[in-house]
Design a protein around this ligand. Structure first.
Ligand SMILES: *[C@@H]1O[C@H](CO)[C@@H](O)[C@H](O)[C@H]1NC(C)=O
Ligand SMILES: *[C@@H]1O[C@H](CO)[C@@H](O)[C@H](O)[C@H]1NC(C)=O
Ligand SMILES: [Zn+2]
Length: 984
């Protein structure tokens, strides 16, 4: 054994023999503390807390929702339990057609709307009331009229009530509406064009030509805000056809989902016109959209039948080139993949200056945040470009997954979001083969989802939701990234062809209608040839992944003589938890040095919903499970195999290296593996990999960041920093600042990634160069302009090393910059200051109506301060002191405050900080809104950080001291880094 010879205490690392003699995965837990058990006082406290919560809930007559009970862990009260329970709409009535007329008053600056809607609906079950959704609008009670279709006799209305909790308007009738009959309900209403980026809302921007402020009105209805714009049955399964007319001043223009059929002058108002739009196909309310603006339209022809038009205030045709090129290519790709033509005649693409999400897939009218839609070669970074491409590919995929076939309810949001993320990974490599886009999939999706799923507070992909806050919280990495990851897993289980046929069947079967996950499973199932049937159903396998939170660690211990492998599964959690009995259907693919077919991802065995199995794997040297991490889980091996994999790391392709680094680092972080393994692996790789592969370095540095954050204010930080700078010396010194516009995509990504790291150290060549570039730029802003890819590192480093002068200078520059990309980089960099007073002054900009920072961007201010080791506690104090104001300011729609909360725990690892967080949570228990899940995750993260300090701080300290002689000698003896391994 390595450690013993080196005087390091590895006594807690089990030997291979120990592992093999006892298959219990718990044995491979290093440095385990004796189990303290739950003391009575803690239990009592927990019960008291639960009791108190129940009392509060009962007192106000509300219902407590319990989180789905997993294994034998105690059920936990969901923190948004204390929310009023909203109700779904009754299903007695089904809308068939909407006739909507709406006028936004922008130029008058009273920012209201005036509208009329007539809804034809069918009665499924007789009733004497009509219940539909409205919110933040006034109904003209006199105007409400109901009649049987084709009849002139009105049915009398006896009562009209608005319910604030379920956001419904109930119209009580004198007569009963008869089953199977059709009726019309019509009403007039006044709505509001707020600046909250929800419903039909206003956005404003400067017009440089006239030097005035301009307003436009645009929509964001997803998920539940169509009800703010017009009365409607605002649930995705109430599909209907819509005939829309939009009123506007004759100087402005409008667009909607469908092409314009005609324009009339408005009789009541001079210089106003009505635009009348063609009737839509059957669709859900959340996909309706209309825009009234002065934006410039760029129409262009392409090979597809679909007409594309880009609408933007940016006058530069350069900036829309990327989206103009890509949109038809993506549309054609999906049309041919799904074998279903895009059903609408056109797609409008609109850049909206104020926009809550990245983009919204409204059918035929995709809206974007400007910085996402436009791409300016001269001021955008390579990551901006990737983002634009990925978001567009996602939104276009939605035209099928979501728009044509819509999830029946928000519990299955992943059926559209997970799929659209997944489909990007098919479409983008077709357009940009050199990007190796698929290599990043596990980093962007699977590991992104792990960040939520590491914790007990995570949730299943499919989750029953009713309240508005819970619906909004579904738009998280579990729906998007875990959704995409389990879809990828399915495609590797059944094979690409069966998978594709299944999707095509699903889309054809449910087009213009709705579906749930069971219907997807059976569409895939029926396409599996009988000879290839699994031992069970797709439903049984996949339900284990979508109906349960978390993911397993598969522990694999092989007997070197017999080749027999003992495989067991257990939920992977970063915090120590009582035994958890969640089980999955785990597909196992494998390879070994004897059969190194790393792309043979079809499962060779299954852990069939049982805790453990045994199998035989032939290998002489190394062996590997879960090839290309197509299964949504991580693998722990016996020490013997870990050592072999560590030695051989360089022979594996980048995706396998990423997986080995990530799995071993995660296991070490959870105290299931000694840090000796991942740190040696990193060392071997960093030193031997002369090529600098982007994904490998990204994964490695990402995992190192966690350790860095934990140690950053500890006495051993310098030792750790020295180690990192020595092993990554090759990359850190090789990559320079000479960014060129024609550099390849991956070269640009590597430059951005590596320089950011190399400059974290004050006394480094990187920091020095960054400061020189900054000074040159100040003296000569035009000649020595800094290329976008290196702007962030140059600005952040110079702000960090500088003082008030540098800060004021950069902020001033921010207020004058016209580039939306540069503005974001500047906001991120201004948080790098080391001066608390500067950081606090900066935080104050969030709520002080700062005319220079858009609401949509001001959370960047918070994020940049929270990600600064000097700033994070200031950020927490700020959030605590301004909790109510922040929630009022940002509202709940885009989880902006929840994203701020999520930034809190990066550097927190003390019991004191945990207590502070818990008292913050308790003090605001009824006001957590859409931040509740986020805060629970933060608290769990800090708990796991504290545990990490307990179990790993000393061992990392020792490890670094022990290795010092090896990395110290690195420059003279090339192979010395492998020194410790040679003893194996
Ligand atoms: C807003 O202004 C328009 C146009 O002047 C007017 O017709 C409308 O009634 C006003 N709305 C409100 C609520 O005052
Ligand atoms: C209503 O009248 C229209 C036009 O006369 C006719 O096409 C339609 O079938 C009628 N609908 C019903 C439900 O009677
Ligand atoms: Zn989406």
């Amino acid at each position: 054994m390595v450690g013993k010879a080196k005087n390091v205490d590895y006594s807690s690392v089990p030997t291979t023999a120990e592992l093999e003699s006892n298959g219990n995965q718990n044995k491979y837990t290093v440095n385990r503390k004796p189990n303290s058990g739950v003391t009575l006082s803690k239990l009592t406290l927990a019960l008291m807390a639960l009791g108190a919560l129940l009392l509060i809930a009962l007192a106000v007559g509300l219902t407590i929702l319990l989180y789905p009970h997993c294994g034998d862990a105690a059920p936990e009260a969901f923190t948004h339990a204390v929310q009023p329970v909203a109700e779904r709409l009754p299903t007695n009535l089904a809308p068939i057609h909407y006739r909507l007329q709406i006028i936004p008053f922008l130029t008058e600056k009273n920012f209201t709307t005036s509208g009329a809607v007539a809804i034809t609906f069918k009665v499924n079950k007789e009733t004497d009331k009509i219940v539909l959704n409205i919110f933040d609008m006034e109904i003209d009670k006199e105007s409400v009229k109901i009649k049987r279709i084709n009849s002139t006799d009105h049915i009398s209305v006896t009562d009209q009530q608005f319910n604030d909790v379920s956001q419904t308007y109930t119209i009580a009738l004198e007569e009963t509406l008869q089953k199977d009959d059709e009726y019309d309900v019509e009403m007039k209403f006044t709505g509001h064009l707020r600046d909250n980026m929800q419903g039909f809302y206003r956005s404003q921007y400067d017009d440089p030509k006239t030097n005035t402020q301009k307003y436009m009105a645009s929509t964001q209805f997803s998920p539940i805000d169509a009800r703010r714009a017009f009365p409607c049955f605002d649930e995705p399964s109430f599909k209907a056809k819509f005939t829309i007319s939009v009123g506007r001043p004759s100087t402005m223009s409008s667009i909607s989902n469908m092409p314009k059929r005609s324009t009339d002058t408005m009789l009541e108002k001079t210089n106003w016109e009505w635009d009348h739009y063609a009737e839509t196909p059957l669709m859900s309310t959340y996909l309706i959209a209309f825009v009234v603006s002065d934006l410039t339209a760029y129409r262009y022809n392409n090979s597809t039948k679909t007409l594309f038009t880009v609408h933007t205030r940016m006058k530069s045709a350069d900036q829309i080139k990327l989206i103009i090129d890509l949109s038809p290519k993506l549309l054609e790709y999906y049309e041919s993949y799904f074998n279903i033509k895009f059903p609408l005649p056109k797609i409008d693409l609109v850049g909206v200056p104020d926009f809550g999400f990245n983009a919204m897939e409204n059918w035929g009218l995709i809206t974007f945040r400007e910085v996402t839609m436009l791409f300016d070669e001269n001021s955008a970074t390579i990551e901006d470009k990737k983002n634009t491409v990925a978001v567009l590919a996602h939104e276009v995929a939605h035209q099928w997954f979501g728009n044509l076939v819509t999830p029946a309810w928000w519990n299955d949001l992943w059926l559209k979001e997970g799929f659209s993320n997944f489909m990007c990974s098919y479409a983008i490599p077709k357009i940009y083969p050199s990007w190796n886009y698929m290599d990043e999939f596990v980093l962007d999706e699977t590991y992104q989802a792990f960040r939520f799923d590491y914790f007990k507070s995570s949730r299943p992909i499919t989750l029953e939701v009713v309240s508005t806050d819970n619906i909004r919280q579904m738009f998280d990495s579990i729906s998007y990234s875990k959704g995409a990851s389990v879809i990828r897993m399915l495609s590797h289980i059944v094979g690409e062809n069966v998978f594709k046929q299944g999707l095509i069947q699903y889309l054809n079967q449910y087009q213009y209608s709705n579906a749930n996950h069971d219907q997807l499973w059976s569409a895939v199932e029926t396409n599996i040839k009988s000879e290839n049937k699994l031992e069970t159903t797709i439903k049984e396998v996949m339900d284990s992944w979508i109906l349960q939170a978390g993911f397993p660690v598969v522990t694999a211990v092989r007997n070197g003589t017999t080749g027999e492998v003992h495989l067991s599964q257990k939920r992977f959690l970063l915090t120590k938890e009582p035994a958890n009995k969640t089980l999955w259907w785990v597909p196992i693919s494998y390879a070994s040095d004897l059969k190194p077919h790393l792309d043979d991802t079809k499962p060779k065995l299954w852990i069939r919903n049982v805790p453990e199995i045994t199998a035989v794997i032939e290998a002489n040297h190394w062996w590997l499970l879960n090839l290309q991490q197509t299964g949504y889980y991580i693998v722990n091996y016996d020490e013997h195999n870990w050592r072999r994999l560590t030695e051989s790391i360089i022979i594996f392709p980048p995706t396998t290296r990423v997986q080995l680094i990530s799995d071993s680092m995660d296991l070490a972080r959870a105290n299931l593996l000694d840090y000796d393994i991942p740190l040696k692996m990193l060392t071997n790789l960093a030193v031997q990999d002369k090529d600098i592969s982007f994904v490998t370095h990204r994964a490695a540095l990402d995992k190192v960041s966690f350790i860095r954050n934990m140690l950053i204010s500890s006495p051993i930080y310098k030792k750790f920093e020295d180690f990192i700078f020595r092993i990554f010396d090759n990359a850190f010194t090789k990559v320079d600042f000479n960014d060129l516009p024609y550099d390849e995509y991956l070269v640009q990504r590597i430059r951005k990634l590596i320089t950011k790291w190399a400059c974290t150290k004050t006394e480094s060549k990187c920091t020095n160069t960054a400061q020189i570039l900054f000074r040159k730029w100040i003296e000569n802003p035009v000649k020595d302009k800094i290329r976008p890819n290196i702007q962030e590192v140059v600005f952040c480093t110079s702000i960090r090393e500088g003082g008030e002068t540098e800060w004021d200078l950069l902020y001033n520059y921010y207020t004058k910059s016209n580039s939306i990309y540069e503005k974001n980089i500047l906001l991120d960099s201004l948080g790098c200051s080391q001066k608390p007073w500067i950081l606090n002054r900066y935080l104050d900009f969030i709520l002080k109506n700062n005319t220079h920072i858009r609401k949509q961007d001001s959370s960047r201010v918070f994020k940049s301060v929270a990600n600064n080791p000097v700033g994070y506690s200031l950020a927490f104090t700020y959030l605590r002191s301004n909790w109510k104001q922040l929630n009022n300011h940002f509202g709940s729609a885009f989880s902006i405050v929840s994203k701020m909360v999520a930034e809190l725990p990066n550097y927190m690892n003390t019991r004191f900080q945990l207590a502070e967080l818990e008292s913050f949570k308790n003090a605001n228990i009824n006001d957590l809104g859409t931040s509740s899940q986020s805060l629970d995750r933060v608290i769990e993260t800090v708990k796991s950080n504290i545990e990490w300090m307990d179990h790993s701080y000393n061992s990392i300290d020792k490890w670094l001291s022990d290795q010092a002689q090896y990395y110290g000698l690195r420059k003279t003896t090339k192979n010395s880094l492998n020194g410790p391994n040679t003893e194996l």
